[in-house]
Design a protein around this ligand. Structure first.
Ligand SMILES: Nc1ncnc2c1ncn2[C@@H]1O[C@H](COP(=O)(O)OP(=O)(O)OP(=O)(O)O)[C@@H](O)[C@H]1O
Ligand SMILES: Nc1nc2c(ncn2[C@@H]2O[C@H](COP(=O)(O)O)[C@@H](O)[C@H]2O)c(=O)[nH]1
Length: 206
């Protein structure tokens, strides 16, 4: 029986408020064929957020037990809360040949890069820092203190974009989606070409 080719692991990072969630939702509406990994967090739900849909909301103790049981592909502390990607779901989906998208911050993305160097690492940037702050403020979900802390982290995160394969500007949501779709398509084509090349080389060696 032929082994199923693994799906692509797509990692989308970027400072808080840049529009990762908005762009992901728009990509899902376009039926871009990827499955979205739902993260675990200790941050309290925002108004309208649903457990098991936006996040799996856990207590600090529950999260720390999950760390001990090695249930995360990656995890990080971000502005006073834990965030982590459940390992099993991601591995099952990739093994079933489905592309998986992780929407995670930079420390976690760098952990994933060590485990999955073949992943696609995309960093979403705002048109300007002023626009970034405006977006977090206008979302209206965070206190002034939290916004301040997230902006401090944002400056550090922007320094880390050099570790990513692609930098995408989120000026307009639909344009950012076009760019990300083009990247995913190009990566699939590249992988297919490499596979064909490899199979030809194997046949020639026979
Ligand atoms: N291209 C855009 N132009 C204008 N506003 C945008 C754009 N993209 C997103 N927004 C708005 O910016 C705010 C933040 O977006 P979103 O919540 O998707 O960011 P995020 O990167 O997922 O944030 P976090 O990391 O904090 O979860 C939202 O109010 C959203 O509607
Ligand atoms: N390392 C991880 N970071 C994650 C994960 N899920 C979300 N995030 C990132 O955390 C910040 C804050 O998110 P918010 O929902 O509180 O605004 C943001 O950058 C997310 O992308 C995860 O599993 N691991």
């Amino acid at each position: 029986m032929e082994a199923k080719e693994q799906g692509l692991l797509i990692v989308l990072s970027g400072p808080s408020g840049v529009g990762k969630g908005t762009v992901c939702a728009a990509l899902r509406k376009r039926d871009v064929p990827f499955t979205y990994s739902i993260s675990v967090t200790t941050r309290p739900p925002r108004e309208g957020e649903v457990d098991g849909v936006n996040y799996f909301f856990k207590t600090k103790e529950e999260f720390e037990n999950m760390i001990k049981r090695d249930e995360f592909l990656e995890w990080a502390r971000y502005v006073n809360h834990y965030y982590g990607t459940p390992r099993r779901y991601v591995e099952e989906q990739l093994n079933a040949g489905r592309d998986v998208l992780l929407e995670i911050e930079v420390q976690g993305a760098l952990q994933v890069k060590k485990k999955f160097p073949q992943g696609i690492f995309i960093f979403l940037v705002p048109p300007s820092l002023k626009e970034l702050e405006q977006r977090i403020v206008s979302r209206g979900t965070e206190s002034r203190d939290v916004i301040h802390n997230r902006m401090v982290v944002a400056r550090e995160e922007l320094e880390m974009m050099k570790h990513y394969d692609y930098v995408v500007v989120n000026d307009k949501v639909e344009l950012a989606c076009d760019r990300i779709e083009a990247i995913i398509l190009a990566e699939h084509c590249k992988r297919e070409r490499m596979m064909k090349h490899y199979i030809t080389a194997l046949k020639e060696a026979e």
